[in-house]
Design a protein around this ligand. Structure first.
Ligand code: DGP
Ligand code: NA
Ligand code: NA
Length: 225
């Protein structure tokens, strides 16, 4: 008998929604349930491309035009494609702390700074470079209000953590959830969790979404979509 593949689970949300905390809890919970699991964070700041992204996010002296940084974020996902697929094929469930959906909305939300072309990047332009990346079995979205996010520790430290930008990000995530996105043209499967509750409450809701993703893999063709 061949090993059933692992599930691909993307965790998305606004900045300070608690994604990383929830990813850690989830990883432990999967392993405790006897499900082999790994966690991968995007952007992956450890690779050479990731170093460029990190310096863009954390310093204002790194100036890259919006198109270039968008393509670097996408390339940072493509450089993990083979390892994502082989992890899943080996029967390991893979949690992604952000994925193509962040890629689309953060780039499309950013106000253009460059003259003479002040138009923001379109969603369709932003989607294009990620087409063909492995599609998650489920996308878990941690939903948090702006006021709550701003109360949380660390808000405002990085480039995108400004109120106006985050409001746009929120609106664009809503739009993506409505229309489907990323690596496929058909509608994708979002599991929206209210991230304003206690860590335990949120973890409980996240777990329900994970069970849904695992069920889809069991009942599906076995192929990564
Ligand atoms: P994090 O390490 O999860 O806090 O993410 C860093 C920041 O980068 C966060 O504000 C979201 C943003 N981000 C994540 N992925 C992408 C992407 O693919 N494209 C763009 N433009 N921004 C992204
Ligand atoms: Na962040
Ligand atoms: Na990230």
């Amino acid at each position: 008998m061949t090993t059933p593949r692992g599930a691909l689970i993307a965790i998305e949300g606004l900045d300070r929604a608690g994604k990383s905390t929830q990813c850690d809890i989830l990883l432990n919970r999967l392993r405790a349930a006897g499900i082999p699991a790994k966690l991968q964070k995007f952007p992956d700041r450890t690779t050479p491309i990731g170093h460029m992204i990190n310096s863009y996010l954390t310093t204002t002296s790194t100036n890259l035009d919006d198109q270039s940084i968008h393509l670097l974020f996408s390339a940072n996902r493509w450089e993990s494609r083979d390892s994502i697929l082989s992890t899943l094929q080996a029967g390991t469930t893979l949690l992604l702390d952000r994925y193509v959906y962040s890629g689309i909305v953060f780039s499309a939300a950013k106000p253009a700074e460059v003259i003479p072309d002040p138009k923001p990047l379109s969603i369709s332009w932003c989607k294009a470079p990620d087409v063909g990346l492995p599609r998650p079995d489920i996308i878990i979205f941690l939903n948090i209000g702006q006021e709550e996010a701003e109360k949380r520790a660390g808000f405002g430290e990085e480039r995108y953590e400004k109120r106006e930008m985050q409001e746009k990000v929120r609106g664009l995530f809503e739009r993506l959830r409505g229309e489907g996105s990323g690596s496929s043209t058909d509608k994708e499967d979002w599991w929206v969790v209210d991230a304003g509750g206690s860590i335990e409450e949120v973890a409980g809701e996240v777990w329900k979404g994970v069970e849904e993703g695992l069920r889809r893999v069991r009942e599906g063709s076995g192929e990564v979509r």
